[in-house]
Design a protein around this ligand. Structure first.
Ligand SMILES: Nc1ncnc2c1ncn2[C@@H]1O[C@H](COP(=O)(O)OP(=O)(O)OP(=O)(O)O)[C@@H](O)[C@H]1O
Ligand SMILES: [Mg+2]
Length: 355
């Protein structure tokens, strides 16, 4: 499906199947089309082109309130003049659920979000996190098939966000509905999701489980956006079943082939080893001469930032217990097995600072 606003394309031919009961996360930078896609699913925004089905039925002509979808936004959007119980009962009243059943469902929803004692409070008497839990209760009280959440934790501080991430995960397990969650926080996406759709420039670049995206990024953008990596750039040519890549000051090997020759090699920090010796490749490993430029202490591990011969920077993760003796300023050799890197067509718009 696609969405245009005047001349600009907010969502460009996005195709996606979300499985029943799945926790799907839309991850991507600001302006990449996540909210617009969510709004089309919810029925708040018309499609410019394409089609949308829920449970195998086209919903193009179905208004938002008839789609059986619950929605939670970044800002709580509770009715300030209603109590917590009245807020949560609202969608049930709209659906003409009888009073006793309504009270039972409101109490159950309050239990689910762990606020059973707050029914008679007003939103202004709740903390931000509590308000967001009430918004969640209001969205799930009518047992929607689908729950859409647009950065619901974005306005909360880190501790509360981490707590509510686990709550949302638990609620997903409990109620079994399909969840679609929008965030631009990769850690949040990794914690919550069965699968992640990575948005960039109005398109989905890749859909997959966290480990698929991390181990086998399909594009340089996905590699950069999800997790840390070292990126080496060079010219690739076929070599056996894989490729040989020549860069400025190094020659390495990688699995697979690419079109066009201009290559970017992606290696994750825990796949790299730093050794103080000369760059010999007798063990079949790739070896690139580097200089250690920064050391970052992480308790259970440390990260070393290294300067690559072509002017770029790389990042190595060493577990506590198997730390090298290397220090800032030391010359060293960066090693990894050719199978432990991913060869991708270069994308000159993507810089290679790690993070
Ligand atoms: N109502 C609108 N009118 C015109 N342009 C819009 C409208 N809504 C969104 N856009 C544009 O469509 C593009 C995608 O916006 P969208 O809100 O879907 O991004 P997003 O991925 O949710 O970003 P963020 O992380 O900042 O919320 C942006 O360029 C935005 O400016
Ligand atoms: Mg948005």
């Amino acid at each position: 499906m696609s969405k245009r606003f005047g001349d600009s394309v907010a969502v460009d031919d996005v195709t996606l199947t979300i499985e029943p009961g799945e926790f799907m996360t839309f991850l991507g930078p600001s302006g990449s089309g996540k909210t617009t896609t969510l709004n089309m699913i919810a029925g708040f925004t018309d499609l410019s082109a394409g089609a949308l089905e829920i449970d195998g039925r086209p919903v193009g002509g179905t208004p938002a309130h008839k789609r059986d979808i619950g929605v939670v936004f970044q800002h709580y959007a509770l009715f300030p003049h209603m109590t917590v119980a009245q807020n949560i009962a609202f969608p049930l009243q709209q659906r003409k659920v009888p009073k006793t059943e309504r009270e039972r469902l409101v109490a159950a929803a309050l239990e689910t979000v762990q606020l059973p004692d707050h029914a008679s409070r007003y939103p202004a008497e709740l903390s931000g996190g509590q308000q967001q839990r009430v918004a969640l209760a209001r969205a799930i009280v009518f047992s929607p098939r689908v729950l859409l959440m647009d950065e619901p934790l974005g306005a909360l501080d880190r501790k509360l966000r981490e707590f509510l991430q686990l709550e949302i995960k638990r609620i997903h397990r409990e109620i079994g509905s399909t969840f679609v969650f929008v965030t631009h926080d990769q850690e949040e996406a990794l914690i919550l999701s069965d699968r992640i759709a990575v948005f960039n420039n109005a398109r989905i670049e890749q859909v997959g489980t966290a480990s698929e995206l991390y181990e086998r990024p399909a594009t340089l953008f996905v590699a950069r956006f999800l997790g840390e990596s070292t990126i080496l750039r060079g010219t690739a040519r076929p070599d056996g079943s894989g490729s040989a890549i020549d860069g400025a000051g190094f020659a390495v090997r990688a699995p697979g082939r690419i079109e066009g020759g201009k290559a970017a090699l992606v290696v994750r920090p825990e796949r790299l080893r730093l050794t103080p010796d000369e760059p010999v490749t007798a063990d079949g490993a790739n070896a690139v001469p580097v200089t250690v430029v920064e050391e970052i202490y992480l308790g259970a591990a440390r990260k070393l930032e290294v300067a690559l011969p072509d002017g770029g920077h790389g990042l190595v993760r060493e577990q506590a217990g198997s730390l090298s003796d290397l220090r800032v300023g030391d010359r060293a050799v960066l090693r990894w097995h050719p199978d432990d890197c991913v060869l991708l067509p270069d994308d000159p718009t993507i810089e290679r600072i790690f993070t």
